[in-house]
Design a protein around this ligand. Structure first.
Ligand code: UDP
Length: 440
């Protein structure tokens, strides 16, 4: 869920910087888990109907069904409360997986904006599943408008292997239910990164690329007072001091950073292979292993490798990626991690596990050429030896120069997009202007 919270939070901050009053809304359960609360904008809560969040529901279907019912009721009450404060609500921007928000917004006559936290390529794939153009499970390559030919394993895992996480395909595809009734479709990407597919999708929907939603201080080298206190709503406590002390001791571009985000769960065998590959690469490493995953680490690994590596439960990823010691990011290719590495020009070793990560990995390696991809089969199984090989290829191999050069180019283009007058900045201004118009 961190991958949904961060982009929405950062986008809210950019709206605030353009004079819009924003209230960030989250579930009561998530609110309780935040380590650090936003300093610059109010946060309100609604209920998903569960004390312990989605983990306490019988199934994902049961979670989303109750969330729809209780969420609609509590969101209605919240809008009524906000309307009574003298700052009536004009618009709701909602995460694309919470499609029921549209119905609540329509009752109040609000402007609606659906917010996609995945790439436009992935949006396009689910859009075509919804339209019945792609049959699931997909077994052959497909050619979709605005995209190069994709093999089944280049598609989101729910499309080629829907049995792995039953119910999730429906949630992903339903992001496009009633989409023609939504006023704005906002996508966390930027024009030059996905030009052709953005062009095509914009002809179908009122889609605007407004990303990458990265904290300003990393993009413009300018810090606002909010940046100090408001660096994100973290679900886990980052071990900042240990990471920075360790990174400061490493030579420039000599260390690798390894993280699989906030949700991916490796099984014990995958963890063994990953540990083997990291060790075999011979590189110094900073590896994030969430507390819930730690028990799968090979016995004695942390002690054995302590001269070369540091294993932490969570870090401030942007601070780590921005550090000069980091030469490569071994990543599961979550969309936020991909954009963050791209914005900081860090080459990647892609090890996609599930969801949209396979599609992101395909683009990282073959289209944007910002890294190399480890072979992962349809069940998420990969070989440690190949991990080690790919790390050395990105850190010292023949491809390093080309990957470094293209990564730098993408970094510049991403920064250009969000600068004043850049393509994403123009899209955000257009959206803001429509809100101002509506509230008159
Ligand atoms: N992240 C972090 N600290 C960590 C690991 C991850 O702050 O130790 C952040 C990362 O910067 C990113 C988010 O968590 O913004 C993960 O989102 P992503 O889309 O990459 O993956 P997901 O968690 O959704 O699989």
């Amino acid at each position: 869920m961190q991958g949904h919270i961060n982009p929405m939070h950062q986008f809210s901050k950019s709206l605030v910087s353009k004079g819009i009053k924003v209230t960030l809304v989250t579930t009561q359960f998530l609110f309780k888990s935040f380590q650090q609360l936003s300093g610059s904008m109010p946060v309100e809560t609604i209920s998903d109907g569960f004390e312990g969040g989605y983990a306490s529901a019988e199934s994902l279907e049961a979670y989303f069904s109750k969330f729809k019912k209780v969420g609609s009721e509590t969101l209605t009450k919240l809008i009524e409360k906000l309307n009574a404060t003298g700052f009536p609500v004009d618009c709701i921007i909602y995460d694309a997986v919470m499609i029921w928000v549209l119905d609540v917004a329509k009752i109040f006559g609000l402007v609606t904006a659906i917010f996609f936290t995945q790439s436009c390529a992935v949006d396009n794939i689910y859009y075509h599943v919804k339209k019945g153009v792609i049959n699931v499970p997909i077994e052959n390559q497909v050619s979709l408008p605005g995209l190069s030919v994709l093999e089944p394993l280049d598609m989101p895992s729910f499309v080629h292997n829907p049995g792995l996480y039953p119910g999730l395909l429906d949630i992903m595809v339903n992001q496009f239910s009633d989409i023609e009734k939504v006023d704005w479709v906002l996508c966390n990407t930027f024009y030059k990164l996905e030009e052709e597919v953005i062009e095509w999708m914009s002809k179908q929907l009122r889609l605007r690329a407004i990303g990458p939603t990265i904290p300003r201080k990393y993009l413009h080298n300018e810090k606002t007072p909010e940046d100090d206190i408001d660096d994100g709503l973290q679900m886990f406590k980052p071990n900042i001091d240990a990471c920075m002390n360790w990174l400061n001791e490493q030579q420039e571009h000599s260390a690798i950073y390894v993280s699989f985000g906030s949700l991916a769960e490796l099984d014990a065998r995958q963890m063994q292979e990953l540990a083997f590959g990291i060790k075999q690469s011979g590189k110094h490493f900073l590896w994030v292993v969430r507390a819930s995953e730690e028990y799968k680490l090979p016995r004695g690994f942390v002690e054995e490798t302590s001269a070369k590596g540091l294993v932490v439960q969570w870090c401030s990823q942007m601070e780590v990626l921005a550090h000069k010691a980091i030469g490569c990011f071994v990543t599961h290719c979550g969309w936020n991690s991909t954009l963050e590495a791209l914005c900081l020009g860090v080459p990647m070793v892609a090890i996609p596990i599930c969801t949209d990560q396979g599609t992101n990995a395909k683009f990282i390696a073959d289209v944007w050429r910002m890294g190399v991809k480890v072979d992962v089969d349809k069940n998420g199984v990969f070989k440690g030896e190949m991990v080690g090989h790919c790390i050395r290829e990105v850190m010292d191999g023949k491809k390093r120069k080309e990957i470094k050069t293209t990564s730098k180019r993408w970094m510049e283009m991403a920064r250009e997009a969000v600068k004043e007058g850049g393509s994403s900045d123009i899209s955000i201004n257009e959206f803001v202007a429509s809100l101002t118009q509506h509230s008159k």
